[in-house]
Every structure is written in C-alpha cells, then in structure tokens.
Design a protein around this ligand. Structure first.
Ligand code: NAD
Ligand code: UDP
Length: 315
C-alpha cells in the first residue's frame, strides 16, 4: 500500500529549533524523519515524540551521505552558538559545506524540496541597517566566526547553484537570533546565559559595554515562518529574512531578565569577542509579502515562557 502522507527530513532535528520544527510538522500531519549526530542537540528534546508512529529518529552525521526517501528536507544541522561552532571550526565548515552538498544531492535524487537554515551571520558586522536580503554583508573571511559565517555563505551558494544547474527546488531562510525553551543551557548564547545566571544569582556577563544590539525572535514564531516558506510555490526561493525586528541592546536584555526573574545578580563586564556584530535587525518586508508572516510574541512574553522552562528543567 502506498502512503500519500508527506515524509519530511529534518536534519538537526534534535536541536533547539529542530525539535520545535518536528513538533510543528507532526501537528500538520506529516511524517517526520529526524537526523542528528547529537553534537549540540539532545535526545531529551525529542523524547516526547518517540512514541508517535509518524516520528522516527536516526543518529547520523550529515557530512556523510544519507540514503533515504523523502518529499521535503529542512536542513538545520549545524552548531549555532559561537562557543559550539568555534569548538571544532573545521567540522563546522564541513557540516555547512559537505552537509549541504550531501543534502542537496539527496534532494536531487529523490526530487525533494530543500530548505536551508541560513543565518543573519551572512551579513557579518553589517554596514547597512536594518539588514535587507539584497545586502551582501561584511564578513571577515579568516576570523574566529568565519567557519560559521563563510560556511553558511558557501551553503547558500551551493543551494542556488543546485537550483540553477540541477533544477533542485530550494528555499533559503536567513534566521536572526532565536530563543525559547530547549535552548542548550551551556551553549553560551546571550538569552540562555543571562537566564541561567539570573536564576543562579551569578553575575550577568556583559561582553563589551553592552551597547551592541540584537533582535530576538521567539521560537514558535520562527518555526511558523520556516513552515510557511516551505509551503510556498516553486517561484519562491528566498533568501528571506526571518526574525523579530524589535531591536534591543544587550544591556537592555540583561536588565529585563534581572527584573523578570527578580534576581539579585549584578552585571559584570567581559571583553567583547572578536568580530562581534555591533548592530543587528532584520528587514522582514519580504517575509511579510511572500509568506504573510510576521512574529507575534513580544520579547517579555517569550522570555517569560523561556524563564519558566529553565526554572522547571534545571532548578
Ligand atoms: P542547535 O545547536 O540546538 O541545533 C543544531 C543541531 O544540529 C543539533 O541538534 C546538533 O546536534 C545537530 N548537528 C550539528 N552538526 C551536525 C552534523 N554534522 N550532522 C548531523 N547533525 C548535526 O542550534 P539551533 O539554534 O537549533 O539552530 C538550528 C539551525 O538554525 C542551525 O543551522 C543554525 O545555524 C540556524 N540558525 C539558528 C539561529 C538561532 O538563533 N538559534 C540563528 C540563525 C541560524
Ligand atoms: N553576549 C553577552 N554575554 C553573554 C553572551 C553573549 O554580552 O554571556 C553578547 C555577545 O557578545 C553578542 C550578543 O550578546 O554581542 C549575542 O550573542 P549570542 O552568542 O547570543 O549571538 P550572536 O553573537 O551569534 O548574535
């Protein structure tokens, strides 16, 4: 008997965003194949899905070829925080580049549509603000962030070349800073760091003077945007920015987390990491036009849910 249910591969499906995406796809009635090497992801992120007959998890490193039959591929596999992507930078570049080649080759063979989880880091330390998709970016190709930034830029190149040369249907999402439950508490990202530090009463570590800005998108909003992008017709390839245009300084974020947790933590200054972007904010005009998408969860509401998750899971 043949099944008409769409079978969807999510690489990096046991990670923070990937696990939420798997849930969203199952809720939409799809069969989900989660592939992950558990470098930064965790089985606990998908444990609640394992009993679902439409869900399957396989341990696999996407720098090696994968032979499966699927209709759609979301390529999320890649460490995403500076601490983790700089731990083994060669493997980070391999994951972005060899991983993209393997997943694009798979998409070509099985005629699947493939979506790439690209990043606002392709804009580097931007001279244009807010960042629009037609900005080519300002990336240091030999700095400590390059393994991630240039790896993701090369992956975008591969996606568009497979599309032009082999007619593989592609979608490229440029994801801006995303936060929410199931962030890895040890990955050094600013939202998880500040929440864990505040709940412990430890000093809140501000890198630099805290005047650098980021725009924070709640994970449910982001996953909805990824799903809508995949559902677009073949004329929509992206790249499309997905992020929340609300822009906050890192100091403002620290003060908000301290207030919301009722913490007695104080702020502690640390050196700014090399090539840390000064300003970041997405222009989401394209996402609104092509996907009718915009984020709905304000920062404080998203932080409330994230703080509750960390308090329940780790304290
Ligand atoms: P994450 O680290 O929680 O998830 C990444 C997942 O990929 C992990 O489960 C990890 O084990 C897996 N992985 C890493 N290398 C792999 C490999 N070689 N083979 C198979 N699996 C591998 O990070 P996340 O925040 O969920 O990010 C998911 C994707 O979204 C990444 O591609 C990231 O670059 C992109 N992204 C995230 C953000 C963000 O703010 N969270 C921003 C921009 C882009
Ligand atoms: N940051 C900080 N303290 C921390 C962790 C991060 O001040 O404990 C800063 C970091 O220097 C950057 C911003 O917060 O300016 C966002 O960092 P994150 O690693 O979350 O994301 P990215 O730099 O990749 O946007």
């Amino acid at each position: 008997m043949t099944s008409t249910t769409e079978r969807v591969l999510v690489t990096g499906g046991a990670g923070f965003i990937g696990s939420h995406l798997c849930e969203r796809l199952l809720a939409a009635g799809k069969e989900v194949l989660c592939v992950d090497n558990y470098f930064t992801g965790a089985r606990s992120n998908i444990a609640h899905l394992l009993d679902n007959p439409k869900f399957e998890a396989v341990r696999h490193d996407i720098t090696f070829p994968l032979y499966v039959e699927v209709d759609e591929i979301y390529n999320l596999a890649c460490p995403a925080s500076p601490v983790h992507y700089q731990f083994d930078p060669v493997q980070t570049t391999k994951t972005s580049v060899h991983g993209a080649i393997n997943m694009l080759g798979l998409a070509k063979r099985v005629k699947a549509t493939i979506l790439q989880a690209s990043t606002s880091e392709v804009y580097g330390d931007p001279f244009v603000h807010p960042q629009r998709e037609d900005y080519w970016g300002n990336v240091n190709p030999i700095g400590p962030r390059a393994c991630y930034d240039e790896g993701k830029r090369c992956a975008e190149t591969l996606f568009f070349d497979y599309n032009r040369q082999h007619k593989v249907p592609i979608k490229v999402a440029r994801i801006f800073n995303t936060y929410g439950p199931r962030m890895n508490p040890n990955d050094g990202r600013v939202v998880s760091n500040f929440i864990v530090q505040a709940l412990k009463g430890d000093p809140i570590t501000i890198y630099g003077d805290g005047s650098q800005t980021r725009s924070f998108c709640y994970v449910d909003d982001l996953v909805e945007g990824l799903h809508r992008l995949m559902e677009t017709d073949g004329t929509v390839t992206g790249p499309i920015n997905l992020g929340n245009p609300g822009e906050f300084t890192i100091l403002e974020l620290a003060e908000t987390v301290i207030r919301m947790t009722g913490s007695r933590s104080r702020v502690e200054r640390h050196p700014l990491p090399q090539d840390d972007p000064r300003q970041r904010k997405p222009d989401i005009t394209k996402a609104h036009a092509y996907l009718k998408w915009m984020p709905h969860v304000p920062l404080e509401e998203g932080l409330e849910r994230t703080i509750a998750y960390f308090a329940k899971t780790y304290f």
